[in-house]
Ligand binder design. Structure first.
Ligand SMILES: Nc1ncnc2c1ncn2[C@@H]1O[C@H](COP(=O)(O)OP(=O)(O)OP(=O)(O)O)[C@@H](O)[C@H]1O
Length: 798
């Protein structure tokens, strides 16, 4: 059986697509079908012609490609034939599309095209279009294995046809989608659905053919838009880069395209959000509405007033400060309140020891510069409120990052609470665990649901606090009225067995406290203070609201975080936020992250210098009258660096004084964590008395330390981050006193340091000072001697 080949529509398309086929195969019946096939395979570059569809010889005769095998098919001139083919294809395509539309709505059944039928009638033969129709109609019947693809008028669907059909289907899908969109738009704009319909099908006046062209143009336009706007091309766009694309292009160019549908708006870049807005994102409302307090605000102790509104809302007990407190303050030299105290005391002082049920209790966040008096701002109200207590329970917990700070705050509280009977204790790990336990609880043997406390106020470091919460029987936070987190930014960065979430879970009221009928002893209550006071122990009724926590959180820091994640971890209740700052600063925080507050009495300077000149420059700052660095804290990057610098300066002083360079010997000491508590205390006392001129230390030890006599701070090694800088320089210019902060910046660090300052909007506040090398000449000889001794001491090249 010979093979029958018809050079069908697609074959023409292919031939059109490849320039090398311009000559086209010569068709002669004398070749026989197999020969035609063979020739096609050899002539056509690109896809093998043998892969094209095969059509029954009867059809071949009908299609006019052969006259039945007797006469050779006339060979047309190349360009004319091509032209004709193109015209035919164009026409055919339009007809096809029209027929396809006629098959709407669901296109389930293919109806014969009337135009094609008329054509058939007039020509008296089946055109190629009809052949394709037949193919489309019957293409879901695959040929039996081994059979030639054509059998008695049935034509199988080739790959190409399948692609075209799929493309058609996709196009129809897009049309439907477009229709729905227009309908939606019409509805939104108050137009009618018919109008949308008309818009979609606009153009029938131009003839049915043009509808299809318009559609194609619009869809193309859509695809182009999609590409322009960075959308990922969908499958529709795929596989269109070959013959069909060429055809479409031809169709478009040969007809006048109607105006495309209104373009979709291209996505536009949203305007960048304001930095101030960004800084507030994710923060609770209370923190967004921060209240700004002028750093220079002062209120005389006698003149402190509590607004009537505060008295009412807090169910206030303390209308003014007690006489006893006034006396205590006078004794400690406090005659007027600093800004942070004047701002916060009117809110805290009226608070009740046992709040009324359903009173709105706020948490407070206070950001105030270093040395601005934050300790008194919380110590005064705690002592005033708790001094009304009858039974000793742990009602105030103050968490601080270092032992030294705990000692410092304990001293302040004890001096304020003198004569009140309040018990104040501390746990820092300085003493044995058993000793601390005995200071904390009265009874460790009887299991008591309400706990047992010897203290009213506890000051603790987070690590040791966690140890007691987990291991000290009857130690409980359930009666806590105030939780104070001082140096909050630093503490929030410390994990310590997840101390914060643990502490918060201990102060949360239990959902189902035991019923009184269990025979609990009167002191065995799990309920918070106000329930205890009002005897509302029974929480079993359905009407009961959840138990309200009566613990208020107060957070203080010079660099309070605005990191929403960290703020969320605090589980704040109706927070109020106070920012104490200089009036020259913007009243709305515009930076994202932390807010840094500096004392207004601080003067900041920096030296940018080669590393090897750092010691000599420090010596110059100490010895030159113009700078007079004395009573200074000198910060280094490590304990080792502290040790080396202390020795170098000691050796230098020996050589300089002996060599007659300068009068009094400067006393330099290292203040490190390696010293015992007693030694540190003694050293601080000597520094306070002026017996020690320079204390060299690292960041860890100096944080929050209140040394009123510090007049200079020197960052011998630059601080690693802005927070460290703030806390270093904050050791001077405290409580309104003058102070100077120096930073020795190595040349290669200058970019980083300045960048850090610029980011915090603080670079302008730092004056750049230059020291000439000639000015250092007088110290060189003694410095050489000191360096030699240092090398000898360390036994290696220093
Ligand atoms: N109203 C006041 N009048 C006089 N001195 C005060 C007053 N308030 C606080 N001081 C003193 O100011 C110094 C600094 O106070 P405090 O240590 O509370 O500051 P701070 O804001 O906690 O600083 P830091 O952030 O560095 O811990 C202390 O010596 C304190 O005694």
């Amino acid at each position: 059986m010979s093979k029958h080949v018809v050079f069908g529509e697609d074959d023409y398309d292919q031939a059109d697509s490849y320039p090398s086929t311009e000559a086209g195969p010569s068709y002669s019946s004398s070749y026989g079908h197999a020969q035609v096939h063979a020739q096609l395979e050899t002539d056509l570059p690109g896809p093998s012609a043998s892969a094209g569809p095969s059509i029954h010889p009867d059809r071949l005769a009908l299609s006019g490609l052969t006259n039945g095998g007797d006469e050779p098919v006339k060979k047309k001139s190349k360009s004319e034939a091509q032209k004709n083919r193109e015209k035919k294809k164009l026409k055919k395509r339009r007809k096809l599309e029209q027929a396809k539309k006629a098959a709407a709505p669901k296109n389930k059944e293919w109806k014969p095209d009337p135009v094609l039928e008329a054509l058939k009638k007039s020509t008296g033969e089946i055109s190629e279009t009809t052949l394709v129709d037949v193919e489309n109609k019957e293409n879901d019947q695959p040929p039996a294995a081994g059979e030639p693809p054509i059998a008695s008028g049935k034509v199988v669907e080739t790959d190409k046809e399948k692609r075209r059909r799929e493309k058609r289907e996709k196009k129809e899908k897009r049309e439907r989608k477009e229709r729905r969109r227009l309908e939606r738009e019409a509805k939104e704009n108050g137009g009618s659905l018919q109008a949308a319909d008309a818009k979609l099908t606009a153009g029938p006046a131009n003839g049915a053919d043009e509808i299809d062209v318009e559609m194609e143009d619009d869809l193309e336009g859509e695809e182009r838009q999609g590409k322009d706007s960075g959308e990922i091309d969908n499958a529709d766009a795929e596989g269109e880069g070959s013959d069909d694309e060429l055809e479409d292009g031809q169709a478009r160019s040969s007809s006048s395209s109607p105006p495309p549908l209104e373009a979709f708006p291209l996505p536009r870049l949203a305007p960048a959000p304001d930095a101030a807005v960004l800084a507030r994102q994710g923060l609770p409302q209370g923190l967004q509405d921060a209240e700004f307090i002028d750093q220079n605000l002062r209120v005389r102790v006698d003149e402190l007033e509590i607004p009537a509104a505060e008295l009412t809302s807090a169910g206030g007990e303390n209308t003014v400060l007690s006489d006893r407190m006034k006396r205590r303050l006078k004794e400690t030299g406090v005659e007027e309140f600093f800004a942070v105290q004047a701002a916060i005391l009117p809110h805290l002082l009226p608070l009740r020891l046992l709040p009324f049920p359903y009173t709105e209790l706020h948490d407070y966040l206070i950001s105030a510069p270093t040395g601005s008096g934050k300790t008194l701002a919380y110590s005064i109200p705690i002592v005033e409120i708790l001094s009304k207590r009858v039974v000793t329970r742990l009602r105030a917990l103050i968490v601080l990052p270092t032992r030294d700070l705990v000692v410092q705050v304990r001293d302040t509280l004890e001096s304020l609470a003198k004569g009140t009977g309040l018990n104040i204790g501390a746990v820092t790990g300085q003493h044995s665990f058993a000793h601390e336990q005995s200071q904390l609880v009265a009874d460790m043997t009887t299991p008591l649901l309400g706990g047992s406390s010897k203290l009213d106020i506890l000051i603790a470091t987070p690590g040791r606090l966690m140890d007691h919460l987990t291991s000290t029987p009857n130690f409980t936070l359930q009666h806590l009225r105030f939780l104070i987190i001082d140096e909050a930014d630093r503490l929030l960065n410390q994990s310590f067995q997840n101390w914060l979430s643990s502490v918060l879970s201990y102060i949360r009221p239990p959902e189902n406290p035991p019923k009184p009928s269990f025979g609990l002893k009167p002191w065995d209550k799990l309920d918070p203070a106000w329930l205890e006071a009002y005897g509302l122990e029974d929480r079993t009724g359905e009407w009961c609201d959840p138990i309200q926590s009566t613990c208020q959180k107060l957070l203080f820091s010079a660099t309070l975080t605005r990191d929403p994640q960290k703020v969320a971890a605090l589980a704040l209740t109706s927070p109020k936020y106070y920012i104490v700052q200089s009036t020259s600063l913007p009243s709305v925080p515009t930076t994202i992250g932390e807010q840094f507050a500096f004392p207004s009495s601080l003067s900041e300077k920096m030296l940018i210098l080669p590393p090897h000149l750092k010691p000599l420059n420090l010596i110059h700052l100490i010895h030159h009258a113009e700078y007079g660095v004395d009573r200074a804290l000198v910060f280094t990057k490590s304990v080792e660096a502290t040790d080396r610098l202390v020795r170098l300066l000691e050796y230098f002083e020996d050589a300089y004084v002996l060599g007659g360079g300068g009068g009094k010997r400067v006393v330099v000491k290292g203040y490190t964590g390696e010293l015992k508590a007693g030694e540190r205390k003694k050293l601080l006392a000597e520094f306070g008395d002026g017996k020690v001129n320079l204390l060299v230390c690292s960041d860890l030890i100096a944080r929050g330390m209140d040394l009123p006599t510090v007049s200079h701070v020197v960052s011998y090694d630059i601080p690693l981050d802005m927070r460290k800088y703030v806390h270093r320089v904050g050791r001077t210019a405290r409580a309104g006193r003058e102070g100077t902060a120096w930073t020795l910046v190595e040349k290669q660090e200058a970019l980083h340091f300045k960048g850090m300052m610029k980011t915090a909007d603080h670079l302008k506040q730092i004056r750049k000072i230059k020291v000439k090398e000639d000015d250092l000449a007088g110290y060189r000889e003694s410095y050489e001697i000191a360096m030699r001794r240092l090398r000898e001491h360390f036994g290696r090249d220093a």
